[in-house]
Unconditional design. Sequence first.
Length: 269
Amino acid sequence: MRKSHPAYTRRKFSLRWRGRRWYDPNERKLIWSTACMAALTLVARLAVMAVSALQEPTLAAGAIPVRGLVGTAHDLSATGPYKVTHSTETCTFCHTPHQAVSGINQAIPIWNHETTTTQFLMYSNATMKGVVDPQPLGPSLACLSCHDGTLAMGALHEAPPGGGNGDYSQAQGGGVNPGTGLMQGANTIGHDLTGVHPISMTYRDDLNKSLRHPTELVGVRLYPSNVSGGKVQCGSCHDPHNYGSAGGTAPFLRVTTQGSALCLSCHLM
Ligand code: HEC
Ligand code: HEC
Ligand code: HEC
Ligand code: HEC
């Protein structure tokens, strides 16, 4: 290939003396043009990478931080993968330091999101010893206030500074509708909880002997605390603040599902 290049076929005619060096203008041209092409290709590649980095939400498994919230699906700030509003804050979509929502039973700390008024279909089964609440209580209502798909991500009690509450024009990631700010797609749970592990339900290890004693619970939690009669909520299995890693505790789980460790944290089977 090198030999057949026109610059080489002319080589022997173009050698000339310049100072104390042999110098071939055609070869120099070839080296220069090769170097320029390589440099241009590199610049073009970098430009393509930069553009796609700007356009695509970085939700590839490896890119999601294992600990913490920033950069996960629960980071709805302008710098998060979802870019839902112009807000630079991440905690604000769920908590506020002032003017928190009060009155949700078993309230979650300083709650800032509007609370869903959906009527849910609750899990029921005669075999169960625990009692399921007629409607979900606070800690689960909190999750369902985004995950039932009826309230916009930015439907907040206190709008964050510069937050553009209701501006979803930058929404990315597919799970949030850029027009309405409502959740859409696979993570939308809706109003029918009959197919979800029972929640807002008392943990009666005293009546159901296949449940661990609450003092033996590791990783998982009951609400408001780990006692018989405490409640199983979405947050018993999920930690909304920590995404976890693929094959480990993702998505937002407190204990890995490997070997059914999560289930066996409560159930003695
Ligand atoms: C997607 C909603 C959501 C976001 C965003 C969020 N939290 Fe929470 N947070 C909750 C819920 C729900 C609870 C109730 C306890 C639980 O289920 O873990 C909670 C509880 C807490 C608690 C009490 C400790 C506990 O585990 O009970 C602290 C402290 C806290 N959050 C801090 C933060 C901080 C700081 C940020 C921002 C970096 C943040 N949260 C963002 C939903 C959220
Ligand atoms: C402020 C709104 C909001 C609240 C409150 C909220 N979430 Fe989410 N959650 C989201 C969004 C947005 C996504 C990403 C949706 C998508 O891409 O489909 C998400 C995704 C998830 C996922 C899937 C993540 C993945 O990548 O597979 C889980 C699990 C989850 N949330 C659990 C919870 C739990 C449990 C709670 C309550 C403790 C909760 N969420 C509260 C907005 C919320
Ligand atoms: C008993 C434990 C448990 C409870 C309680 C629970 N989840 Fe999950 N959830 C899981 C596990 C495990 C997964 C992962 C499923 C998988 O990867 O197939 C999951 C997955 C999810 C997902 C991802 C989408 C999907 O369906 O796989 C969302 C969103 C979610 N949960 C939200 C919630 C909300 C909201 C509640 C309360 C109404 C809740 N979860 C209650 C264990 C639980
Ligand atoms: C935080 C504790 C906890 C975790 C974690 C948990 N469960 Fe449960 N689960 C319970 C409680 C409490 C009940 C209600 C038992 C009763 O009242 O008799 C229940 C009920 C059930 C039922 C319904 C039984 C019936 O009679 O209808 C099934 C099935 C079940 N769990 C499976 C699972 C699986 C699978 C997992 C793992 C993905 C899991 N559980 C994780 C606490 C938990």
